[in-house]
Design a protein around this ligand. Sequence first.
Ligand code: MTE
Ligand code: MO
Length: 218
Amino acid sequence: MSDEPPPEPSKLTTSKRRWASEGKFLTGQHARPEEQRLPPGQHIVRDWLVLDLGRQPEVSRERWRLKVGGMVERPVTLDWAAFMALPQTALRSDIHCVTSWSRYDNDWQGVAAHDLLDLVQPRDEAAALMLHGYDGYTTNVTLADFAAPGVLLAHSWQGQKLTKAHGGPVRLVVPHLYFWKSAKWISGIDLLGADKPGFWESSGYHLRGDPWREERYS
Ligand SMILES: Nc1nc2c(c(=O)[nH]1)N[C@H]1C(S)=C(S)[C@@H](COP(=O)(O)O)O[C@H]1N2
Ligand SMILES: [Mo]
């Protein structure tokens, strides 16, 4: 769906592949989000860190498109105006990155994932989604995880437009899973009949990535 070349390995991606094979940051604990806000093995940071494959695509709001297709009744390609014409939602959530940092109380604005699903109407056979970024990144989520409350296609953070470094003009935010699921510079969403691994999930990271169950690695 994206015609960008596949991402080049960087120092960070090489380390992250190694951490998966060594099981780095694993505590072996389980927790429940209702009882424990901070998932096991995480620590709180105040600054919002930048993490990606090392290539930050320049995408203006004018050039940005979101193509949603696959197993849907109504495939769409949204431009900025069409995206902003969808219902707008404000949500506060915490970030949990698999590299062990968490950041509380992020105020997002954008389009709720379930409002996007209402627009495209997934077919009965749809079970999962592949998310694509303008940098060539891919990551998968199940349809149930995408439709969950709190999942947002965000264009703003703390009342400011999302910066390029953090995935602007639009990124996904999936607050109940590790942050690698939250695709930056989102360009495409493909609805699939079965779940399958994206970029990190093919390099030793968990297919689902629930932080409270410490689903860091596969
Ligand atoms: N398109 C794209 N999205 C991405 C990534 C990426 O490399 N490309 N990295 C993921 C990872 S591993 C993390 S931890 C978060 C980091 O988001 P941030 O840089 O805004 O903190 O983005 C996720 N989304
Ligand atoms: Mo990450």
